[in-house]
Design a protein around this ligand. Structure first.
Ligand code: SF4
Length: 527
């Protein structure tokens, strides 16, 4: 080590230098006095090289497995839009098997850009093996990814059929989970309706201006590119105005002033993220079969909550596999009265955590400074008059009802005059300045009571404990390994297709792991 450092200019001491010189002299003596000769590196040269394409990758390479698997699929759904046909003029197109294999392989390696794939085709052995050492251009790849929605959905179902035939899907237990994936839109791209209308007016003028440009002013190619960019912007702004209408329908007359829509991706919505922040996103709902963690359904929704997503998720599983899962397991975000009843009506065993209403009540009393003698339990309910009597003997009359996740909650309230003059008000309702004290009577319907009781059992708790490992496995793969933390396309439909590509890739990787590399019977969740 010392002698190596001593050879570096300016690094060695005099003693080291003389030692190094001695060493060189000794070496020269051994080699007959000449200087050492090294191979010159010439980066200026052009060279031809023979490439054995078949041997670019090993026998066990994942690209071979993907190519083989895709070769088992019926891809005739993609033929409808192929313009180059035998017997007619025109350049032959790329076969769907190749384009599908390229995208699946690229996603599995964390590459989600058509341009990056085009570059990789030029030198990366697996891409070269897939293409036969040719280059597929980015436009072709980009269009193929988002222009065949029907064929892609059919492909996903076909893959499920093959995995099912291989014994990898049993539908005894299916976990459903939602994950937020960021949209291709910046947070500051959200605008009020008036701003969008102004921007649309400007965009329409610009489009008209570009179209009116003479060919002398700019080359035909540049003119086309500019015109296309302006038209796409105009379309996005028109779509943004449509989204305002949709938001108005969803939200009624509420919060009209604060409605904003993204001008980059009008169909994206601001959603709460796992880290607590907010960002323009889509909610990707994934149903995963517990036997081997195969994704059996995927859907993309604009709603940030999961309460309304369980029934559509089970519908998608039915559509894809022609069978309803025996059991669905979710986290607390899906547990609602409607879902409990809905799953029971469909004959699906629903497992999910039940909220601890008692615990919530205690902490909220503590937060409001209510003494234990004045908790709701100290108020006496009279069924005959449908009212409560407080510890001071005052009557609380029925005021209204609220639908909570698993319960209907009936609200009763004391007269303002009774409470404001009450000697124990500071212990009973210290925060009430203008109203009387209220209490709630919750009623659980039979289905919810039965669900709550069932979830107390050790068996249900054990099943629930498996949820995170199974449900979060595809989420982790898609985000961490495939790198899909943000969509690379815009619009609900295209985003849905990108989510489908990612899940298709994930399922093929499960097959590679459990059947291609381990043909014997294996039934384990991928790590
Ligand atoms: S504050 Fe109102 S509800 Fe509470 S004890 Fe007094 S009268 Fe009854």
């Amino acid at each position: 080590m010392e002698s190596e450092q001593g050879n570096l200019p300016g690094c060695g001491s005099t003693a080291r230098s003389s030692s190094a010189e001695e060493s060189v002299a000794k070496k020269a003596e051994e080699t007959g006095g000449g200087k050492p000769r090294y191979e010159a590196i010439n980066r200026e040269q052009l060279c031809w090289r023979a490439v054995d394409v078949e041997r670019l990758i090993g026998e066990e390479h994942a690209a071979r497995a993907i190519w083989g698997f895709v070769g088992r699929l019926d891809l005739s759904g993609y033929d409808e839009e192929v313009r180059a046909v035998e017997g007619k003029a025109g350049r032959p197109g790329w076969e769907p098997r190749l384009l599908i294999s390229l995208w699946v392989y690229a996603y599995s390696e964390g590459v989600g850009s058509a341009r990056a794939i085009e570059q990789l085709c030029e030198w990366e052995p697996a891409y070269q093996w897939l293409t036969g050492a040719t280059v597929v251009n980015a436009h072709t790849l980009s269009d193929f990814r988002v222009k065949h929605e029907k064929a892609l959905k059919a492909l996903f179902v076909q893959v499920l059929g093959l995995l099912s035939a291989d014994g990898l899907i049993v539908l005894e237990r299916v976990m459903q989970d939602g994950t937020k994936i960021r949209a291709k839109a910046a947070q500051d791209s959200f605008r009020r309706k008036e701003r969008v209308e102004q921007a649309l007016k400007q965009a329409a003028e610009q489009v008209a201006g570009v179209e009116a440009m003479s060919e002398e002013e700019t080359s035909r190619r540049i003119s086309k590119a500019r015109s296309r960019a302006q038209r796409e912007r105009q379309q996005r702004l028109e779509q943004a105005l449509e989204e305002f209408e949709k938001l108005a329908e969803e939200g009624g007359g509420k919060d009209k002033e604060n409605r904003r829509v993204s001008t980059s991706d009008p169909q994206a919505r601001i959603m709460k993220q796992a880290d607590g922040g907010f960002a323009p996103s889509y909610n990707v709902q994934i149903n995963t079969d517990a036997a081997n963690a195969v994704v059996v359904a995927v859907g993309v929704v604009q709603a940030g909550n999961d309460f309304e997503q369980l029934e559509p998720g089970v519908d998608r599983v039915e559509q894809n596999l022609g069978k309803t899962p025996d059991q669905v397991v979710t986290d607390g975000g899906f547990v609602s009265r409607d879902n409990i009843v809905g799953m029971k009506e469909r004959g699906v065993d629903f497992i999910g955590p039940c909220g601890d209403e008692a615990g919530k009540g205690k902490s909220s009393y503590e937060g409001r400074g209510v003494s234990a003698q004045y908790h709701s339990s100290q108020f006496v309910y009279d069924e005959a008059t449908d009212s409560y009597r407080c510890p001071q003997g005052k009557i609380l009359f029925y005021e209204g009802k609220e639908q909570r996740h698993t319960q209907v909650s009936y609200r009763y309230r004391a007269q303002r005059s009774d409470c404001q003059g009450c000697p124990v008000k500071s212990q009973c309702c210290p925060g009430n300045r203008v109203t009387g004290r209220s209490v709630h009577r919750s009623e659980e319907i039979a289905e919810v009571a039965e669900f709550r009781q069932r979830m107390q059992s050790e068996q249900a708790r054990e099943i629930y404990r498996q949820r995170a490992q199974v449900a979060e496995t595809p989420n982790l793969w898609i985000k961490a390994k495939f790198g899909l933390r943000q969509f690379s396309v815009r619009g609900w439909s295209k985003v849905g297709m990108e989510a489908l590509w990612a899940c298709l890739t994930y399922n093929i990787r499960v097959w590679i792991r459990l059947r291609w590399r381990q043909p014997a019977e294996v039934a384990t969740v991928p790590a």
